[in-house]
Design a protein around this ligand. Structure first.
Ligand SMILES: [Fe+2]
Length: 336
């Protein structure tokens, strides 16, 4: 049986908490309450919450401060927030929007409206969650044949989001690339495993076969507008800024920005991992190759703005790589 949706009510007035609780529980929702933002964050660290109903004026930590922290934390930012504001306060609505709240309800709360909004927002969040899950499942399926990847797709997503944010892209772009960059190698499902797993260099014929994976990836993703970025990434992530890449030899800004970002994220992560055909490098080694070049890679392969972000944020790349490989190792150990 599907579990009940769990809603966190954050309000310092017991009366308000009880009123909303009495409205939601008979409709099958599970309710958890907190008296202020700080207490609510403690609950969020321990329990899965599907929706937050958030008052603004509270002692210890108010609703704006809390909402900002929820939306900054990758573990909680997906949880929708309905902020409860006073009708006359346009300023608090604007401030609420700035902190990332998805919806607003006016005080005194209209009970029918609250139930409708809660139902709608939970359904929308569930669809989005399922959509994201299926994308990740597709990306994982493409890794099945590839010996060496582990957490590679997730790290490429995180590195790409880091670069996009630093380039000043919108929050939507950053979130889209975090997810859709994971699809960059989805076309590898069509590449025979003896090529993917071959130790040593590929023969020219095998290389030609390998070079088909961007086109295969684009064909698998297709032309749905929600995945337009993922399709661009799959198709162009082996293009090079100087025109020396494949499959089309596009150059410079003719390569979509999302793909230019993923090219560097993918290269950095590939250098850090040992693969059947090459040893791995530590952060310093990978940094040197990307910024100074070697026999396979040149700095001119990358968008100078993207490479500039990498140089500036190199420490964050190293930190993220270490954190995510440690997490993956802990998960593997835990599952044995
Ligand atoms: Fe690739």
């Amino acid at each position: 049986m599907q579990r009940a949706y769990r809603i966190l009510i954050v309000d310092d007035e017991d009366f308000n908490q009880e009123l909303i609780q009495a409205l939601l529980e008979p409709k099958g929702y599970e309710v958890v309450t907190a008296d202020n933002g700080k207490q609510a964050l403690e609950i969020l660290a321990q329990k899965n919450i599907d929706l937050i109903l958030l008052d603004i004026n509270m002692p210890v930590m108010n609703g704006f401060e809390m909402c900002l922290l929820v939306k900054q934390d990758p573990r909680t930012r997906h949880i929708p927030v309905i902020m409860i504001t006073s009708l006359e306060s346009r300023d608090s609505r604007l401030k609420g929007m700035e902190t990332g709240a998805e919806e607003f309800l006016h005080k005194p709360v209209d009970q029918a409206e609250l139930l409708l909004r809660v139902g709608n927002i939970l359904r929308a969040a569930e669809y989005e969650d399922a959509f994201n899950y299926v994308i990740m499942a597709l990306a994982r399926a493409a890794e099945a044949n590839d010996l060496d990847t582990g957490n590679h797709i997730l790290r490429v997503g995180e590195f790409s989001a880091l670069i996009a944010a630093e380039l000043g892209q919108s929050d939507k772009f950053v979130e889209d690339i975090r997810l859709q960059a994971t699809l960059h190698d989805v076309g590898k499902v069509h590449i025979p495993s003896h090529i993917l797993k071959k130790p040593g260099l590929l023969s020219p014929g095998e290389m030609e076969e390998m070079k088909k994976h961007p086109g295969f990836g684009a064909a698998i993703i297709g032309d749905h507008p929600y995945l337009a970025m993922g399709r661009d990434i799959a198709l162009y992530h082996h293009e090079r800024y100087d025109g020396g890449g494949y499959p089309s030899g596009r150059k410079g800004t003719d390569i979509p920005l999302a793909a230019r970002i993923v090219t560097l994220a993918d290269c950095y992560d590939a250098l850090r991992n040992s693969r059947v055909y090459k040893p791995c490098y530590d952060h310093g080694g990978a940094y040197r190759i990307l910024t100074e070049g070697d026999d396979r890679t040149q700095p001119s392969n990358f968008d100078p703005a993207v490479l500039g972000v990498f140089k500036k944020k190199a420490g964050s790349f190293e930190e993220l790589y270490t954190k995510m490989t440690d997490q993956a190792a802990a998960r593997t150990t835990g599952s044995l």
